[in-house]
Design a protein around this ligand. Structure first.
Ligand code: PMV
Length: 321
């Protein structure tokens, strides 16, 4: 039995930053994202006659130190659904490493879907979202296209993503500005934990996210682009304030990150639509309209010589190929 699933990556406009349960990956707050069309993972799961799983990533066999997270995940899935089969997993990331997107969201979402299809578990998309969340929190959202909300919940069954608008007719594009191709030094898991434990502002973050989720959902329903941009940028900056105010303080920003934030502010002063969002790394994703996109890209490339820009639009949910 073999099945292949394709999942697209997503960018959080209201970030997930902090787990109340490490094991189950239950977040302190809801989060809200946009699925993107440019970057995806294709994962094939095949049941094999063996008592060990085998994992290939981008056609390379992973050794014991590289595939630990995936093997642990497969063990979790077997336990959840009470079966003993082992798999060969063939996963190919169409997330250019140079695009500055984490592949864990598309990766675990595609893996959950491929296993569920191969084992004919007949899962609903809600159950699939729960299964993906157990691999990586942000993967719970990649089950759906368009705007997606991950509802925090309080246990394994109540923490899943729901679609807000899977095919929004809205004039938004994303320009990813890549300034650093090296992998991040502080994983999101460690970064979140340090922020929760030591930032004096963490309780304020929980309150802020609760109100910003409400506001952005209203702005999405009204197709109020400026509101969506403003709320997203404010939320991203507030998340990074948690890392700066942690003890010891840390940051994902590189000098170029700050420079790009300033350039985005300059663009807005010129009346050009551009808002920043930044994940657990130095690269900046700029929320643009179709009209502002070329102007924003030109300005950034003019001011900074050593950057790569990648454009993405709104993408679909999980697919079987
Ligand atoms: O799902 P993880 O563990 O890779 O964490 C994702 C964290 C952020 O990308 C910074 C925010 C988010 O909601 O995607």
């Amino acid at each position: 039995m073999t099945r292949t699933a394709r999942a697209y990556t997503n960018i959080a406009l209201i970030k997930y930053w902090g787990k109340k349960d490490q094991q189950l990956k239950l977040p302190y707050t809801n989060s809200l994202s946009l699925t993107l069309d440019r970057f995806y993972t294709d994962t094939k799961a095949t049941i094999i006659d063996s008592d060990q799983d085998v994992v290939y990533l981008n056609n390379k066999l992973l050794d014991a130190s590289q595939n630990k997270r995936i093997l642990n995940y497969l063990t979790t899935v077997r336990k959840f659904y009470s079966f003993n089969d082992h798999f060969q997993i063939d996963s190919v990331n169409h997330v250019p490493t140079s695009a500055g997107f984490a592949s864990s969201a598309s990766g675990f979402s595609a893996l959950a879907a491929a296993i569920s299809e191969t084992k004919q578990l007949n899962l609903s998309r809600r159950e699939l979202s729960i299964l993906a969340r157990n691999g990586s929190g942000s993967a719970s959202r990649s089950i759906y296209g368009g705007f997606v909300e991950w509802q925090a919940g309080h246990d394994n069954e109540s923490s899943f993503a729901v679609p807000i608008d899977e095919t929004p007719e809205i004039d938004l594009s994303l320009l990813s500005v890549v300034i650093n191709k090296h992998s991040k030094k502080i994983s999101s898991t460690v970064g979140m934990e340090n922020s929760v434990k030591t930032s004096p502002f963490y309780p304020n973050w929980v309150t802020l996210v609760t109100s910003e989720i409400k506001e952005i959902k209203q702005a999405i329903a009204q197709k109020d682009l400026q509101k969506i941009g403003e709320i997203s940028e404010h939320n991203a900056m507030s998340m990074h304030a948690l890392t700066l105010s942690a003890d010891p303080s840390f940051t994902y920003f590189a000098p170029e990150t700050i420079r790009i934030i300033q350039l985005i502010q300059e663009l807005r002063q010129k009346g050009i639509f551009a808002y920043a969002t930044i994940d657990a790394g130095p690269n900046v994703k700029i929320i643009c309209t179709k009209e502002s996109l070329a102007l924003v890209q030109e300005y950034i490339e003019q001011q900074l010589s050593d950057v790569t820009c990648v454009v993405a639009n709104i993408g679909p949910g999980i697919q079987y190929v």
